[in-house]
Design a protein around this ligand. Structure first.
Ligand SMILES: NC(=O)c1ccc[n+]([C@@H]2O[C@H](COP(=O)([O-])OP(=O)(O)OC[C@H]3O[C@@H](n4cnc5c(N)ncnc54)[C@H](OP(=O)(O)O)[C@@H]3O)[C@@H](O)[C@H]2O)c1
Length: 345
């Protein structure tokens, strides 16, 4: 029997595109879905093609290991994660992203399966300078991103996941992604910047950059990765790396709208971030909605350089033209506003 792929995080932005990619690439797959997921089960069959679902949480494999064993799982793509950048729920972020990864590695050992951990390019590719790029041999950047909970959790997940996998004899690799754009980001995990520009809610342009690629191209390449007999230690999925100012212009070109955001110098951003941080610490109240998140502000003055030594060749990964990604992202977001795209969650 051909061994299947188990996908965690199947109801998320990337996960939905991965199920489509499995279908297109003829990869037999099973999705692990939480019973509490906002993706209604009635839509599952329609959208997930031949991918079937088993129910449970990545954090508790006892609830799904037997079902996965019966399905015959050869590879687990672990994409489930808390994808929030703020410092508001550090414990939950660590628990899900780190402990969830370790539980998946343990489950893989029991199932005789391999693990692809979906991670973020910023664990190795976040710089103060625009000209630096991290390939798959680059070191972890604890000193740069370790104070940002999401990246700290991804650093630990990569490192501790790798260590446990070695100990248990599980084949393990890391897929590091930049910001994903494209249609169907129901929870605005990474298309928020585009939404803010569309709504005129970008009062100033940060001094740093953004590195984005198309979620559909990453999904296709990840589906192909599951057919590889051997894994390399990591795979990077570079896309388009531009300053925020250029990104605003690119979105403006696509929408036909003028983006009048002003440039904000780094010291000003740092001052606003520090003030926001102090305010929440002293008042113990959540940040007011109008106040930008301090972590997002700190991150926005950095540049995100990601390169690859082998992903293009090994997986035939090719990011489509950035304009096409932006056109499709904007179309989908506008469709949501108009109420034409169902099931916002
Ligand atoms: N989006 C990006 O730009 C980007 C960039 C780099 C890396 N990544 C990585 O790509 C992966 C997918 O991200 P995404 O953008 O698809 O995020 P997303 O849309 O927020 O989806 C997150 C997925 O994780 C699941 N999940 C969340 N909390 C969970 C928990 N406590 N237990 C079990 N499952 C849980 C969600 O399930 P429910 O439906 O049940 O909530 C959902 O399926 C993540 O590992 C993320 O770190 C994303």
């Amino acid at each position: 029997m051909k061994r299947k792929v188990l996908l965690t995080g199947a109801t998320g932005f990337l996960g939905r595109h991965l199920t489509a990619a499995f279908e297109a690439e003829h990869v037999p797959a099973v999705a692990l879905v939480r019973a509490t997921s906002p993706w209604p089960p009635s839509d599952w069959a329609e959208r997930a093609g031949k991918t079937t679902a088993i129910f449970g949480s990545a954090l508790d494999p006892t609830g799904w290991r037997d079902a996965a064993g019966q399905a015959g799982i050869g590879t687990i793509i672990h994409a489930a994660a808390v994808v929030h950048h703020s410092r508001e729920s550090v414990e939950e972020t660590m628990r899900v992203n780190v402990e969830g990864t370790l539980q998946v590695v343990r489950a893989a050992r029991d199932l005789g399966a391999r693990v692809v951990l979906v991670s973020a390019g910023g664990t190795v590719g976040c710089f103060k300078r625009r000209d630096l790029v991290a390939d798959e041999h680059a070191p972890h950047l604890d000193a740069v991103v370790g104070d940002w909970p999401y990246y700290a959790s991804k650093l630990r997940a990569e490192r501790e996941g790798q260590r446990l996998a070695e100990k248990l004899g599980v084949d393990f690799t890391v897929a590091r992604l930049p910001v994903l754009l494209g249609p169907q980001d129901h929870r605005r995990r990474s298309t928020g910047h585009v939404s803010r520009i569309l709504d005129g809610r970008m009062p100033f342009v940060p001094a740093g950059g953004i590195h984005f690629t198309d979620v559909r191209d990453v999904a296709t390449a990840l589906a192909r990765l599951t057919r590889k007999h051997t894994f390399r230690s990591a795979y990077h999925f570079p896309g388009t790396h531009v300053t925020f100012a250029t990104f605003c212009q690119m979105v403006g070109d696509v929408t036909g709208q003028r983006v009048d955001a002003r440039f904000a110098p780094r010291p000003l951003l740092r001052g606003v971030a520090t003030a926001a941080e102090r305010m929440t610490r002293y008042t113990r109240l959540p940040l007011p909605r109008w106040m930008p998140d301090p972590v997002a502000l700190e991150m926005s003055s950095h540049f995100w350089g990601l390169g690859t030594l082998w992903t293009h060749k090994d997986l035939h990964y090719q990011a489509r033209l950035p304009r096409q990604t932006l056109v499709d992202t904007v179309d989908w977001l506008r469709g949501q506003e108009a109420g034409s795209a169902p099931h916002a969650a």
